[in-house]
Design a protein around this ligand. Structure first.
Ligand code: TMP
Length: 205
């Protein structure tokens, strides 16, 4: 896979209900107004594999093994990198990506797979972002936000508090060890989260 790029690759990470999607929109708007050419993307995508992932999100895991689930996210990412991310970076655009392989390390790692191994295979297979903003929040608060904002019940497979506690522990551990990952406290008003994130991003523009 050709990993050469000249744009700026920004990733937003965090557990469900941390505010990633809202922040992605705000950053896109802000950077566009500043005159940058910005593309906002998200994983899972709407590819063949992304659609299978959405079925799991809605209906639960059933008999799907963690390895198969990992494979779906990896295939979906391969598609996203080739079809969306690399072409846009090559055009010199800023790519804001809502979830990337840090989610795979944390979520599929929390299923019992070796997360250091998941990290290794992802770092070897896919381009590293320029910066990762990790929105840190307590899972109970994140889930409360989901129920409040979306007005419905959390999804079957991913949005369970015990599972998200494990996911968060892995995210926290990654953030401690990887200089690329900048932690922003997400249990504060979105204006503050946005302000902090702008400060972080400004350093690499
Ligand atoms: P979202 O579209 O609401 O962010 O939901 C995507 C769900 O998929 C979310 O609960 C996290 C999960 N996920 C993984 O388990 N592994 C991954 O690699 C990615 C990108 C997402």
């Amino acid at each position: 896979m050709n990993k050469k790029k000249k744009g700026i690759f920004i990733v937003i990470e965090g557990i469900d209900g941390s505010g990633k999607t809202t922040l992605s929109y705000l950053l896109k708007d802000y950077l566009t107004k500043k005159g940058f050419d910005v593309v906002q993307l998200k994983e899972p995508t709407d590819s063949y594999w992304g659609k299978k992932i959405k079925e799991i999100q809605l209906n639960g895991r059933g008999k799907i093994r963690p390895e198969e689930e990992l494979n779906l996210f990896m295939e979906d990412r391969k598609f996203d990198i080739e079809k969306n991310i690399i072409p846009n970076l090559k055009k010199g655009k800023i790519v804001i990506l809502d979830r990337y392989f840090y989610s795979t390390i944390a979520y599929q790692g929390a299923l019992g797979l070796n997360y250091k191994w998941i990290k290794k295979i992802n770092e070897e297979s896919f381009p590293l972002p320029d910066i990762v903003i990790y929105l840190k929040i307590d899972p109970k608060k994140g889930l409360k936000r989901i129920t409040k904002n979306r007005g419905d019940e959390p999804q079957q497979a991913y949005e369970k508090v015990e599972y998200l506690e494990k996911v968060k522990r892995i995210f926290d551990d990654l953030a401690k060890k990887d200089k690329r990952i900048k932690t922003v406290e997400a249990d504060t008003p979105i204006e503050k989260v946005f302000e902090e994130s702008v400060k972080i991003i400004s350093k690499i523009l």
